[in-house]
Structures are given as structure tokens and as C-alpha cells.
Design a binder for this molecule. Structure first.
Ligand code: S3P
Length: 458
């Protein structure tokens, strides 16, 4: 048992839980700007910490996950300072220049910090221990351990359920590491990025073959930082090559708003009658924008205003108006481009007219929680009709009538920020409200979620 799972800590955690009932009533109206993209923020801090000189970042997401990355990079020698609201300055150590951290790297709830930093460390001659909270300590790390071991890293993980490898783990990096060609067995940007980051300090060319495209922020940003990285499309696959012993040049980065955070407001405005909102500065990179397309297919009125580029990423302001949604069969091929948005899509489906069928979503079982099981349970507790299948949910919508809401036991969020925010949206679209057992996990990705929501539905 890891320290994070000890009964003592569980009791302490329960004592501090912050429950809240989210209730409907008023329409959502107004204009908001969601915080910076989480994936881009992690990478901005990491790559800035590897560049020689000063990287300036604006719009950085100041959530717990990104702060875990910043703390880890500081403990390996980078200077990272906050200079204003979302404004940060990073002085990097140079690729190959990371220092031995003196203490274990505490990754909190963040899978992205863990897997990307494991990649980075795999080709540096240092040793580090990774720890995390009870949710992160259950998540599979074998998917990065396999390629990073092939590159020469020595990794000892804790045994998890069903033979999985989990935190706490210790990694001893190889210097020099060995370049590999790795075909991704799972559609995962974290695994792809871990191998590419290991490739940064590995002599020669490291290659990742991606049969199914996943978010491409690492590729775009590494090119922006001056790494020799190429992407070739061949027979429907993406072949990404990075030349190692790279020299990264410091950058000025503006982080666009997070489409995964915008998602909660998009769905809330679609579901609550009388709503009309504008969400400014939403990142619409095609590898991330699947939800908008699926909701439009369901009949959602989402307009893109003022399309532009921010930090090299496509961005627009979204105008969202209440709409009667129709159930659909969601094409599993779009899953990677909206992988974090399924919990809130399930809420939309619960109020649509007719049946929504989702499939090909096995990956949702290994996120911050088992998102298929947890959302099925939470939505049923709120009165929705849901069938849980091995690889997806089938939901019979109400046709627009509010969900009854929860009574008695609050819905369990299992340390998963996206469950808490999705069920808050379900609460707005319910008759009696939905009580969520713990709102604290929201701070991992969206610390201003509750005040923003309260401001719109006042
Ligand atoms: C992320 C990749 C996705 C996503 C996660 C962030 C990233 O995970 O779910 O929230 O920043 O690379 P997988 O790589 O496991 O698909």
C-alpha cells in the first residue's frame, strides 16, 4: 500500500472534503474567458526549463497540476517565477543540464506531469522517485515504462491491480540513452510525449509512430523552441522524428484558453433554457476540438467568432445558445480529439432527445477515475437512464426535461476534477439539484470554475 492510500490519510481527506449542491433555475448569460490550456501550460514550463535563457509565458494555467510540474522543474535546477496574473518567467538549465532532485517528486493528481517528466528524466543521468495522490497512484505507468526502458532507463515501479505498474516509482535515467522507433500501442499523447522528451537528450534520431492522431502540442511547441522535429504522414499514420542532444531556444508563449475547461460551460449553456454565453479565447486545435463537432451534430448551436491564432494554435470565441439536443451514435474515431470531454458529453446526452451510444472508450477507465463507471453511477443517482458497457455508455435522454437530481447521498467524484465539474453541470440541468461530495479536485485544472459558474447564473 502506498503512503497516499493509507487509511489514516483517507480519514484525514474525508474530514476535509468540500461538498456542494449545484442547483439550476436561472439561465446562463454573459461573457467569460476560461483559463489557459493545461496541456500547453505543462509543456511551456517544461520546455522553458530546458531552454537556455529566459522564456516568458502569459495565460499560464495556475492549477495544481501545472504547479506540480513547476515545482518538479525547480527542484531540478530551473528558476520559475510568477510575475503577475498568469504571467511567468522561466530560466532553463539546458537539455542535459537537469540536476539531481534532493527529494521525491510529488506529482499530486497529475498524470501528464508524471509521464512527461519520466520521459525527460529517462535520458538524464539522474535518479528520482515519483509519488502521487491516491488517484494517480492507481494509474498505469507500464505504458511509459516499456519504451523508456528500451531507451535504457532503469525503472522500478510499485505493483498495481491486475499486474499494472504504478507509483510510487523510482527511475534512474540513462546517459547516453539509446534512440528507438516506437509504435504507440495506445492512443496517448502522454506516451508519445514521454518518448519525444526522452529523445531530446538522446544522441541520434528517436521516432514515434502514431497510428491514431492525438493532441500535437508537444510537436508544435518543440518545433517552436527550435528542436529538429519532423512529422510525416504515411498510410494514415503520423511518423514523428526528433534529433537528440537538442538545443532549445527560449520563447515568448501565450497560452490559449483550454477547450477542456470551456466544455463545461458549452454544455451548461446548451442545456439550461434561456442561456446564451460567449466564451472567449478557446483553443480549437483540431486534435482537441472533437466535442464542438459532436455537440453540433446533436443540434447544439455553437458559433465561432473572431477566429485567429494564439501561440501558434487556432483559437476563437464561442457563442453558445440553449438548444434541444438529439441523441446520436458518437463515432469512436473522434474519441482522441475529445478524450477528456466525455464525462460532460454524457451529461449532454442525458438531456438529449433519444438515445446516445458511445463506444471505443476503454481509455476512460484509466483516467483520474474510471470515468465510465463513475459517470454511469453519478448520472443514475441524478435520475438519468444509463447503461454501462465495457467500452462506453448508452444513455436514454429525457428529451430536454430536467433530471430529477440527487437526494440523500452525494455523488462520488473519486478525486476526479472532471467528474466534479460534469456533475455540477448536471445539477444546473436538474429539478432538485445535484450534490457533489467533494469540489476540491476542481483546483487541479480549473481553480476559478465555481466563481465563474456562479457569476454566469446569477
Ligand atoms: C494529455 C493527454 C491525454 C489527456 C490528459 C492530458 C496531455 O492523456 O487525457 O488530460 O497533456 O498530453 P493520454 O495521453 O493518456 O491520452
Amino acid at each position: 500500500m502506498s503512503a497516499a492510500e493509507s487509511p489514516l490519510q483517507d480519514t484525514a481527506r474525508e474530514a476535509e472534503m468540500r461538498p456542494r449542491r449545484f442547483a439550476g433555475g436561472s439561465p446562463l448569460r454573459g461573457t467569460i474567458k476560461v483559463p489557459g490550456d493545461k496541456s500547453i501550460s505543462h509543456r511551456a514550463v517544461m520546455f522553458g526549463a530546458l531552454a537556455v535563457g529566459e522564456t516568458r509565458i502569459s495565460g499560464l494555467l495556475e492549477g495544481e497540476d501545472v504547479m506540480a510540474t513547476a515545482t518538479a522543474m525547480r527542484s531540478m535546477g530551473a528558476t520559475i517565477e510568477r510575475t503577475g496574473d498568469g504571467e511567468w518567467r522561466v530560466h532553463g538549465v539546458g537539455v542535459g543540464g537537469l540536476l539531481q532532485p534532493e527529494e521525491a517528486l510529488d506529482m499530486g493528481n497529475s498524470g501528464t506531469s508524471t509521464r512527461l517528466l519520466m520521459g525527460l528524466l529517462a535520458s538524464h543521468g539522474i535518479t528520482a522517485t515519483f509519488t502521487g495522490d491516491a488517484s494517480l497512484s492507481k494509474r498505469p505507468m507500464g505504458r511509459v515504462i516499456t519504451p523508456l526502458s528500451q531507451m535504457g532507463a532503469d525503472i522500478t515501479a510499485s505493483p498495481g491491480k491486475n499486474g499494472s505498474q504504478t507509483l510510487p516509482l523510482m527511475i534512474r535515467g540513462a546517459q547516453p540513452a539509446v534512440p528507438i522507433t516506437y509504435r504507440l500501442p495506445v492512443a496517448s499523447a502522454q506516451v508519445k510525449s514521454a518518448v519525444l522528451l526522452a529523445g531530446l537528450n538522446t544522441p541520434g534520431v528517436t521516432t514515434v509512430i502514431e497510428p491514431v492522431p492525438t493532441r500535437d502540442h508537444s510537436e508544435r511547441m518543440l518545433q517552436g523552441f527550435g528542436a529538429e522535429l519532423t512529422v510525416e504522414e504515411r498510410d494514415g499514420e503520423r511518423i514523428i522524428r526528433i534529433r537528440g542532444e537538442a538545443e532549445l531556444k527560449p520563447q515568448v508563449i501565450e497560452v490559449p484558453g483550454d477547450p477542456s475547461s470551456a466544455a463545461f460551460f458549452i454544455v451548461a449553456a446548451l442545456l439550461v433554457p434561456g442561456s446564451e454565453i460567449v466564451i472567449e479565447n478557446v483553443g480549437l486545435n483540431p486534435t482537441r476540438a472533437g466535442l464542438v463537432g459532436v455537440l453540433r451534430q446533436m443540434g447544439g448551436r455553437i458559433e465561432e467568432l473572431n477566429p485567429r491564432l494564439v501561440g501558434g494554435e487556432p483559437v476563437a470565441d464561442l457563442k453558445v445558445s440553449h438548444s434541444q439536443l438529439k441523441g446520436i451514435a458518437v463515432d469512436p474515431a473522434v474519441a482522441p480529439s475529445m478524450i477528456d470531454e466525455f464525462p460532460v458529453l454524457f451529461v449532454a446526452a442525458a438531456l438529449a432527445e433519444g438515445r446516445t451510444v458511445t463506444s471505443g472508450l476503454d481509455e476512460l477507465r484509466v483516467k483520474e477515475s474510471d470515468r465510465l463507471k463513475v459517470m454511469a453511477e453519478a448520472l443514475m443517482a441524478a435520475g438519468a437512464r444509463v447503461e454501462e458497457r465495457e467500452d462506453g455508455l448508452v444513455i436514454e435522454g429525457t428529451g430536454g426535461a430536467p433530471l430529477p437530481g440527487t437526494s440523500g447521498t452525494p455523488v462520488a467524484t473519486h478525486l476526479d476534477h472532471r467528474i466534479a465539474m460534469s456533475m455540477a453541470v448536471a445539477g444546473l440541468a436538474s429539478r432538485d439539484g445535484v450534490e457533489v461530495d467533494d469540489t476540491r479536485p476542481i483546483a487541479t485544472s480549473f481553480p476559478t470554475f465555481e466563481p465563474m459558474l456562479d457569476g454566469l447564473s446569477r
